[in-house]
Design a protein around this ligand. Structure first.
Ligand SMILES: Nc1nc2c(ncn2[C@@H]2O[C@H](COP(=O)(O)OP(=O)(O)OP(=O)(O)O)[C@@H](O)[C@H]2O)c(=O)[nH]1
Ligand SMILES: [Mg+2]
Length: 417
């Protein structure tokens, strides 16, 4: 494992962490002011590129990567778990960020338990924290508990593989899970919409507890946290509530986020230098909402839901792990893949009018297709019945003719004798 502390003074591009409401800012600071995220998924899906893109857009000019294979552009397969540390700083707001880049999996002949390293890493961090907490002087020196795991899905356009489903299920019982569609520039908008819908249906059907921003009106304040809003003016709370709920809804609608990563800049048609991927037909701009969901994901991670991610890790995932360990459950010893942890997942399909509409349209389309097929089948069945009747009648005619001929033969034979 390698890590290099990086500090970002003079950040020229504002991501918005300093826009966190004041109360929220205080809470984040009280919770140690640090945030840890992990990227994982199949090999070659752009995880390392995404991490670099995120740093490029948040820590401009200040990023140094560890001197491992991951800082070369060609053949830079991640081979070990890599921790990149940075300090995000905006208008005196400081947040220490750890990003855990993991080696891709899924390209072995046997991918059984390909997720084991990731799961072990997540559990080890809870374990290490718990041990430090149990010391007589509860000075926490090392806390790398993962607040969010971004799971990269291959942009096949078809659906989730069994390996994706299995891995996501296991991660979701230990950490906040956010699935993302990797390299979304390789899909058309139509393909992307259908792919998103299919993934959401599988997530729902398989009951995978992914993290979604809270939208419940009665539990949500301007900051998305009831404690944080205790002392704010009522009108502004109501206003911010609506805006926050609308933003949360937009985030939920976009899930799973379609991401594009790039380490290169190009000048677009408007003459602005942008981070993008270049194609013969034009640019795919990373920070353009019409091109991908990168900005939405970054906003969720580093601004609007930062505290939700930190608190749910502490209150739900860590507490469940701790209870399980202290309870001395033997189950975890034998199969640590099935920790029964409740997660803050919310219904995706039912809470999203846009996708509900698409879902209904798809259902209608399928029903019509089934009806048309049934009609075709009935017609075909009728044709067969008609054909059988015709053949039976032909057969009867032939049998009659044969009978007549036999009679004639018999008469002729009688005459002969
Ligand atoms: N089209 C497209 N290519 C991408 C994108 N992101 C990364 N790539 C390319 O995909 C290749 C693999 O990228 P990496 O970032 O090394 O992928 P990885 O997931 O870290 O791979 P492992 O470390 O082997 O697991 C590189 O050639 C990248 O330039 C993207 O959003 N779109
Ligand atoms: Mg990598």
């Amino acid at each position: 494992m390698s890590s290099i502390p990086v500090s970002a003074e003079n950040t020229s591009q504002i991501v918005g962490i300093s826009n966190l409401p004041n109360q929220r800012y205080k809470i984040v600071n009280e919770h140690g002011g640090h945030f840890t995220m992990m990227v994982c998924g199949e090999s070659g899906l752009g995880k390392t590129t995404f991490v670099n893109t995120l740093f490029q857009t948040t820590l401009k000019h200040c990023v140094q990567r560890p001197t491992s294979s991951s800082n070369t552009t060609s053949s830079r397969k991640t081979v070990e778990i890599d921790v990149i540390r940075a300090v995000l700083e905006e208008k005196n707001f400081k947040l220490r960020v750890n990003v855990i880049d993991t080696p891709g999996f899924g390209d072995n002949v046997n991918n059984n338990k390909a997720w084991q390293r990731i799961i072990d890493f997540l559990d080890d961090q809870h374990d290490s924290y718990m041990r430090q907490e149990q010391q007589p002087y509860r000075d926490i020196k090392f806390d790398l508990r993962v607040h969010v795991v971004l799971y990269f899905i291959k942009p096949t356009g078809h659906g989730l593989k069994p390996l994706d489903i299995e891995t996501m299920k296991k991660i979701a019982t230990r950490a906040n899970l956010i699935p993302v569609i990797a390299k979304s520039d390789t899909l058309t908008q139509q393909e992307l919409n259908t792919f998103k819908l299919r993934i959401r249906q599988v997530i729902e059907a398989q009951d995978i507890k992914i993290f979604t921003p809270p939208i419940d009106e009665n539990v949500m304040g301007s900051s998305g946290n009831p404690i944080a809003d205790a002392n704010t003016d009522e009108n502004s709370v109501a206003f911010n509530n609506t805006a926050a709920m609308e933003h949360a809804r937009q985030l939920i609608e976009s899930m799973p986020f379609a991401v594009v990563g790039s380490e290169h800049k190009f000048t677009n048609a408007q003459g602005t230098e942008v981070i993008a991927r270049k194609y013969p037909w034009g640019l795919v701009e990373v920070e353009n909402d019409a091109h991908c969901d990168f900005r939405k994901l970054r906003s969720l991670l580093l601004r609007t839901n930062l505290l939700d991610l930190i608190l749910s890790t502490e209150d739900i995932h860590y507490e469940s792990y701790r209870a399980l360990r202290l309870g001395g459950s033997k189950q975890e010893e034998t199969d640590n893949s099935s920790v029964p942890i409740p997660t803050p997942a919310r219904k995706l399909l039912s809470s999203n009018p846009k996708y509900k509409e698409e879902e209904n349209a798809l259902k209608k389309y399928f029903t019509e297709q089934v009806k048309a097929e049934e009609q075709r089948f009935r017609q075909w069945e009728q044709n067969i019945v008609n054909e059988r009747l015709r053949l039976n009648s032909d057969l009867k005619d032939i049998q009659d003719k044969v009978k007549k001929l036999e009679d004639q033969v018999r008469n002729l034979q009688l005459k002969k004798y």
